[in-house]
Structure formats: structure tokens, C-alpha cells
Design a protein around this ligand. Structure first.
Ligand code: NAD
Length: 420
């Protein structure tokens, strides 16, 4: 995914603004607010890596620990050419709020390395992943800070990191990282957990709105892990019809809906959703503005802005992506009566199953996929209800309500620990 430094700055400003709004409503103590505005710790590392041609290339990397008042920091690692420290800071703070909304005993962290994995060999990627972890050293640990996959990092990279960290510690400590392959301490059900958690939220939202989802239309922006699984599960769990999807190559539309298996096969063969037989090509703008019951942004941040928000016709927007709606657009959509399931809640299924993975690693005992799904459903429903309740108490939109739930819990933990 392309992300410019400018959009990174927007994300960080957005994160700061959202905290400020929630803090004002709950009259948060000023010292607690100052503590939460900035990360508690951040580490900048310079990483030398031997490339295949024998040269040494120097990479820059970061790890940010936003707040660990409620438990060890948790958050992914991104390998991206446009990575910036501000993106990492914003995402680390969102992880603090996300783990808190889900009531997981964790804090928020994020990591990143400025690199382009698409131009690197497997050997170069492995050496970079191992070197990054060696540089982070004791900054990480199963009781300190537990990374996971994010943009352009994979279960294989998590496996190399688990191995390198275990070598550094002289014992197997797979719980230092989540999103590992199943054969190396991964959790059943992690693959589709983000989309699945989102579906449980959509089901609750539809019930609250008195909206029937059976046969109702959905559109999905982005067809990667979150988006393609959303296609499968919107049909399987909610009985919906997915009439439009997109990826970086373009958007496609069919009023009769797309079959998941056929579209996946096409994407695997051709590398994109474009050109799928029987589908009409539409623009990304048209996809976002379709008359659907549920719109799933599952690609980039800041795709719904004050410019296109007035034209959005979806009844529910389920934010599988992080930060797809700008604060100005939020206000417009709220006034139009669009029901937004905010990212902090909607895409938290992934980190929730990552937490389950940590628990299973600690016990050395692994759950069946069905148990993972049942526990995930319970967690998502409980969090959804907590947010709904705050939204009613304070008469605010769901995003602000999610922030209020999260900030109150982190502030309480900081108070109990004597930090303010
Ligand atoms: P991914 O890399 O697997 O997929 C991203 C998809 O977006 C790809 O299909 C890509 O082609 C598409 N895309 C890129 N630019 C696009 C554009 N301009 N228009 C339409 N599509 C475009 O990533 P993912 O893991 O599915 O993550 C997607 C979003 O969900 C991100 O915002 C991520 O932070 C968020 N998220 C993912 C998880 C998870 O567990 N995967 C968890 C929480 C949040």
C-alpha cells in the first residue's frame, strides 16, 4: 500500500485530535492527558544488512511503546519504503486504545523499518528481520512488548523473529511475537480473525438498527487479508450479497453479487480482482458511494473525507482498515445518520486472537478453531456493548464513545499504578 509522509502526518494529527476530544468530554486529569499524548518510549535503530551482491545496506527502523499501564505493549511491525516515525507513533497509540476497548490486559506499541520488501530477496528479508530484532534487543519480550505482522510483514517473518529472539535468550520464547505460522505456536483462527470480528460487530449494529442483513448488499474496498475474508464471511455469517470489491488495480461491480471462491481463484491467477468475468469496472469513488447496507473500507486510511462523505449512501460503515474516515467526514456522516463501527472496535478481532495466541504460548496448550471463534465472538460483543452504552450515556458518535471507553480504562490503570 502506498502511504506518503504527508498522510502519516495526517494520521498522527488525527490520533492526537481524537484523544483530545475524548479527554475533554470525560474531564480527564491534565497530567494523565499529557502522559497519553505522547509515547512512553521509542527506540530508533540503524540496521546494517549484507545484501546478496555482497554490499552492506543500512536501514532505519523504529519501535514505539505508547502506553503499557494495562499490560505489555502489543502491535505490529511494518516494512514499508514510506514508513515514518509519525505513522508508527499514531499506530502505537491506536493500539493502546484498541487493546483497551477490547479489555485485553495489554498496552499499545508499533514498529517499522524503512525498506521495500518487494525489491528484496528472501535471504535479504530474513537477514533484515533478524538484524532488526537483534537491534531492539531487550526492548522486546513476552512480558514487555510483543510485535505481530502488519503491512508487508508475514507469518514467515514472525517465525524468523521468534527464532532469533529465542537464540538471543538461550531458550524457546515463541510468545515474544504473534501471527506465527500454526506449526510454530500460531493460533488457529488468526487468518480471518480481523474480518470475523468485524462481522460480529456488523451483526450487533444491524440488530441495534433493526436492519435485516439477509440478502442485503455490501461493498468492500481492498481485497487483501481483511477485505477478501470479509467477502467470504459476509456471505457465510451474515447471508449478505457482496456487489462490489476493489484492490489497487481497480474496482468491479455486479448487482447479483460475487461468489467468493470464483473471485479468489481469479485473483490468485491474474493477481487482481479486475477483469473478473461478468463484472463491470467502476471507479473507486463509485464503489464508496454505492447504495449498500454495509460498506467495508479494508485498504487505506483517509479514503472518506469531507469531499465524498456527503455522497456516501451506506447505512453502516464497518472500518476494517485503520483510519479510513477523516474527523471532518466523521461529523458529516454522523449527522446524515450513517452508523459507523470505528476501527478501534471493528478491526480488533486480529489483536484479540493475537492475545489468544500469547495465552496459548504461555500455557503450551492449544485451542481448537471453534473455541477461538467462540471466545472472539464473546469479546467482540462485550466490547460492542460497552461502546454502545458510552455512546448513549454521553450522546456522542461511536468513535468518540470507543475512545472514552479506552481512555477511561487506561487512565484508571495509570491512577492505580500511581503515575498521576
Ligand atoms: P493487505 O496488504 O493484505 O491488503 C490490502 C489490500 O488493499 C490489497 O488488496 C490492495 O490491493 C488493496 N489496495 C491498495 N490500495 C488500494 C486502493 N487505492 N484502492 C483499493 N484497494 C487498494 O492488508 P490487510 O492486512 O488486509 O489490511 C488492510 C487494512 O486493514 C489496513 O488498514 C490494516 O491496517 C487494517 N487491519 C488489518 C488487520 C489484519 O489482521 N490484517 C488488522 C487490523 C487492521
Amino acid at each position: 500500500m502506498n502511504r506518503s509522509p504527508q498522510s502519516a502526518q495526517i494520521s498522527y494529527n488525527t490520533a492526537q485530535k481524537q484523544l483530545q476530544e475524548a479527554a475533554a468530554i470525560i474531564k480527564l486529569d491534565s497530567a494523565a492527558y499529557e502522559l497519553l499524548r505522547c509515547p512512553l518510549r521509542e527506540l530508533h535503530v540503524t540496521i546494517p544488512v549484507k545484501m546478496d551482491n555482497g554490499s552492506i545496506k543500512i536501514f532505519q527502523g523504529f519501535r514505539v511503546q505508547h502506553n503499557d499501564a494495562r499490560g505489555p505493549n502489543k502491535g505490529g511491525i511494518r516494512f514499508h519504503p514510506d514508513e515514518t516515525i509519525d505513522t508508527v507513533r499514531a499506530l502505537a497509540s491506536w493500539m493502546t486504545w484498541k487493546t483497551s476497548v477490547m479489555d485485553l490486559p495489554l498496552g499499545g506499541g508499533k514498529g517499522g523499518v524503512i525498506c521495500n520488501p518487494k525489491t528484496m530477496s528472501t535471504g535479504e528479508l530474513e537477514r533484515l528481520s533478524r538484524a532488526y530484532i537483534r537491534q531492539l534487543g531487550s526492548f522486546l519480550g513476552p512480558q514487555k512488548d510483543i510485535p505481530a505482522p502488519d503491512v508487508y510483514t508475514t507469518p514467515q517473518i514472525m517465525a524468523w523473529i521468534a527464532d532469533e529472539y529465542s537464540i538471543m535468550q538461550g531458550k524457546n520464547l515463541f510468545g515474544v511475537i504473534t501471527g506465527k505460522p500454526l506449526a510454530l505456536g500460531g493460533s488457529a483462527g488468526r487468518g480471518d480473525a480481523t474480518a470475523r470480528g468485524g462481522m460480529y460487530c456488523v451483526r450487533e449494529a444491524a440488530e441495534a438498527l433493526g436492519l435485516s442483513l439477509a440478502g442485503a448488499r455490501a461493498a468492500i474496498q481492498g481485497y487483501g487479508n481483511a477485505g477478501s475474508n470479509a467477502h467470504k464471511l459476509a456471505i457465510e455469517l451474515l447471508g449478505m450479497k457482496v456487489i462490489a470489491v476493489s484492490d489497487s488495480s481497480g474496482s468491479i461491480y455486479n448487482p447479483d453479487g460475487f461468489r467468493y471462491e470464483a473471485l479468489m481463484m481469479h485473483k490468485k491467477k491474474s493477481g487482481s480482482v479486475s477483469g473478473f468475468p461478468g463484472a463491470a469496472a467502476i471507479s473507486d469513488k463509485e464503489l464508496l458511494e454505492l447504495d449498500v447496507s454495509v460498506l467495508f473500507p479494508a485498504a487505506l486510511d483517509s479514503v472518506i473525507t469531507k469531499t465524498n462523505a456527503p455522497d456516501i449512501r451506506a447505512k453502516i460503515i464497518a472500518e476494517l482498515a485503520n483510519g479510513p474516515i477523516t474527523p471532518e467526514a466523521d461529523a458529516i456522516l454522523y449527522n446524515k445518520g450513517v452508523y459507523i463501527i470505528p476501527d478501534l472496535l471493528c478491526n480488533a478481532g486480529g489483536v484479540t486472537v493475537s492475545y489468544f495466541e500469547m495465552v496459548q504460548n504461555a500455557y503450551g496448550y492449544y485451542w481448537e478453531e471453534e473455541q477461538v471463534q467462540q471466545r472472539l465472538e464473546h469479546k467482540m460483543k462485550t466490547a460492542f456493548l460497552a461502546v454502545q452504552q458510552k455512546s448513549q450515556t454521553y450522546k456522542v458518535h461511536n468513535r468518540l464513545a470507543a475512545y472514552i471507553v479506552a481512555v477511561e480504562r487506561v487512565a484508571e490503570a495509570m491512577k492505580l499504578r500511581g503515575w498521576y
